[in-house]
Ligand binder design. Structure first.
Ligand SMILES: [Zn+2]
Ligand SMILES: [Zn+2]
Length: 274
């Protein structure tokens, strides 16, 4: 990543975030119709504490999605992962131990993918279809994503998709694109941080969380939804279970989204890509 690029992104984020946000959605828009995938990353003890509530809420709404899961955690809580699969959700390979990709050798990273793949199969009886890079919002990790060497490893394991890129950093915005035969489904931008993503970590969880005001996070999700509808874009967000499972505003947002557009799983999205 060039220094110039990161300085330019910083300036644009400060001066005209919403113009950049709308540009990203317009670039990725023009699909047959707007769609939204809401997915989850399960990294923390708190996520596992709140997963039953989250799964109950999704089941009540008949909504299937994807959960990025770490192999070691799948082994530690096999019943919850079996429940995900039994209720129609997809599990994304999130590596075996959630390492920092920039300090992991190519061989060791391949072994991480392979181990998580085998763990998921052993625990749930189902092999993952997709992958998400651990810690990918970190600039050094994102440099690994942009280099893209791991897509070849995913292809070799028979994977069909990854969701590890940021729409605001992709030439075609949020439009899915292919790398080494694997579809990358980029994550949608935050209206106020258009070169980053609208995840719950930067919004409400991190010590420097930016959107903690009452209703602020839901307001940004709604803004994304409305711009996506206007531009007929594919929207893709990931949230951490502990940030949303007990948040009424999140469930209200989900109900609103369900009434306005299709909410496909990644497999369903893949089914519509050429
Ligand atoms: Zn993670
Ligand atoms: Zn933001």
């Amino acid at each position: 990543m060039s220094l110039l690029g990161s300085v330019a992104r910083g300036v644009l984020t400060r001066l005209a975030p919403r113009a950049c946000f709308r540009h990203v959605l317009a670039t990725g828009g023009g699909e047959a119709k707007a769609r939204l995938s809401v997915t989850f990353d399960c990294d923390l003890d708190e996520d596992y504490r709140d997963l039953p509530v989250l799964l109950d809420g999704l089941k009540k709404r008949n909504l299937c999605t994807a959960f990025a899961c770490i192999g070691d955690r799948m082994r530690a809580a096999p019943d919850l992962h079996r429940r995900m699969v039994a209720e129609g959700h997809e599990i994304l390979n999130h590596t075996q131990t959630h390492p920092w990709a920039y300090e992991t050798s190519a061989e060791a990273f391949r072994a991480e993918l392979q181990a998580a793949h085998e763990t998921c199969l052993a625990v749930t009886g189902q092999a993952p279809v997709g992958f998400r890079m651990p810690h990918f919002g970190n600039p050094r990790v994102y440099a690994v994503v942009e280099k893209g060497a791991f897509y070849g490893d995913l292809a070799a394991l028979g994977y069909r998709c990854s969701s590890s890129a940021m729409a605001g950093r992709c030439r075609e915005g949020g439009k899915p694109f292919r790398v080494s035969g694997v579809w990358e489904l980029p994550l949608s931008p935050c209206p106020l941080h258009p070169f980053g993503i609208l995840d719950s970590y930067h919004s409400v969880q991190s010590p420097e969380a930016c959107h903690r005001g009452p209703g602020e996070f839901e307001g940004l999700l709604t803004e994304l939804l409305e711009e996506g509808l206007r531009r007929r874009a594919y929207l893709n967000v990931y949230l951490d279970p502990c940030d949303v499972a007990n948040r009424k505003g999140f469930w209200d947002f989900l109900d609103r989204a369900r009434s306005q557009l299709e909410m496909p799983t990644y497999s369903q999205v893949l089914g519509t890509l050429a």
